[in-house]
Ligand binder design. Sequence first.
Ligand code: FPP
Length: 247
Amino acid sequence: MDKKLHINLERVPKHVAIIMDGNGRWAKGRGMSRIFGHKNALTAVRESVKAASKIGVNAITLYAFSTENWKRPKLEVDALMSLLINSLKKELPDFMQNGVKVNSIGSTDQLPKNAQKVLNDVISETKNNTEIILTFALSYGAREEIVNAIKNISKKVVNKELTLEKIDENTINNHLYTFNLPEVDLMIRTSGEQRISNFLLWQMAYAELYFTDVLWPDFREAHFYDAIIDYQNRERRFGKTSEQITE
Ligand code: FPP
């Protein structure tokens, strides 16, 4: 059965964010190292981007490396950075062919220099693509992002480029890493954990949250569509009553 047929293409989320969790457990279950799990995560990344693009999602954001992930063993951090570098290089022709515009959020200046270079090159090469924006959250933490936004807004107030009265939600939006992305409509987390883990805290204020027990390396196009179908069966009220929504 083609699950895609059950999707209402008029009501597709504009922006889907994913916490790709469970690589370590997937590998452990096979008696392998955690790094083996990360290497086997790439098919799931590819399938999710492909699925999102096919149904007309405008933006997909993947939590690839959090600020807290720096605390993992050096061997694992190094392996994740190598994986990032190699897969970005390898996927570039596919990004070009499929109109994928690559973007990043986070304190990417903390990444090793060679990773920054490859990332910036891929961002620059793909900047005119228009099918879908694929954002990698790298060295990303939502609280840090909000602290940075507050500092930058405060500087403008001190420099008299902005007055206190003028600060509103748009001011905050425009000072986050995600200033150029739509609001998150749907957040998917794999592996059965039900947490947000410092991901897009401000941007997910009204997002629908979808949790699945599938471990990230096993996540496929059909699982992505399951999440979309579940999202479409929910009623998004944004604080209003059910009657107001159906009117
Ligand atoms: C969570 O699984 C996964 C990560 C911390 C890293 C995500 C990285 C990838 C999907 C690799 C490919 C990404 C790019 C951008 C090339 P976990 O290690 O926390 O798993 P566990 O909870 O089972 O231990």
